[in-house]
Design a protein around this ligand. Sequence first.
Ligand code: PMV
Length: 352
Amino acid sequence: MRVYVSAPGKVTLFGEHAVVYGQPAIVTSIDRRVHVFAEPRSDGAVTIEARDLRTPGVRVTYREGEVTVETDYGLVLPAISYLHKAVEVASSYLGSRHGVKLVVQSEMPVGAGLGTSAAVAVATVAAYAYSGGYELSKDEIARLGWEVEKKVQGIASPMDTSIVTYGGFMRIRYSGEEVERVSLRVGAELPILLAYVEREFRTGDMVRMVRERVTRYPQLYGRIIELVGEVVGAAERALLNHDLEELGLMMNLNHGLLDSLGVSTRRLNEVVYAARSSGALGAKLTGAGGGGCVIALSRPEKMGVVEAVMGFLSEFTMRTSLGSEGVRVEVGEKTGGAALTRTTCLRSSWCT
Ligand code: PMV
């Protein structure tokens, strides 16, 4: 069976880092997607064609027989290993293995903190299962996608794989294997802008650094973590009431707390402050920090100027609409081809 699956990227609106300590976070899907096309192969082989991992600035390191290929937007081989692991995890769950040709294409840069690895994991798990004639529920897809992330990264939260599976807006809280997901009904469009600045640190480094501080000074850092949880509560009310002023205020408060945890950088702060002074109601880093993305909630009439100012200080900006559909599966002979070439490129050099 030929199968075409797509899954959206994501941004964390509120609560990153604190979510690792059992606090709630609010995440949402974005309107850029990862596309995976799967076609069974009769020879039993698994082939992977990654069409858009040609990102700029490639560095290759040869160390003790190990080859690492890194680009400005992250590691290349791990990006491919999500596909490979997804096939492994799905086939062991299904108890059967079949050959497949997988083609992956992304509308987002890899490694920018937009959830591409989760989207690849989730979409590949689904594509592999359906191409073998199996069906999976969203719960199964989310669970298996999370397995894939844990296997590739060593440690992963279920946040990204949950939101890219279900889409929309979600309050999520987890402790160990227990995951609580609440879908939030957000009626109106939010005037959101995203900007990316080069990452100086990886997610794992930032999570480790925060853990060291929380462990060493629980009275201080532990209280910041709790406060982030309270900001998430207030932000959820503002989001549901579409109170943009209050939502912006909560973004600023959340950013201040993230900065005091030590995960912001000078460049991220510059983008955040410039966005605010050019017409954003609120701006914060999103994701692990140490570089990566900033989100800004613009006054609707100021989108152009906020975007220009953020663009001046960052590697790229994008407008995105939030809360898009989660994983989408299409099965059938006519599936796939057109959609795979219909992607929007952030940089023309990424697409041919
Ligand atoms: O940078 P990202 O998108 O991988 O986000 C990491 C989010 C953290 O809360 C910092 C870590 C986690 O596992 O939830």
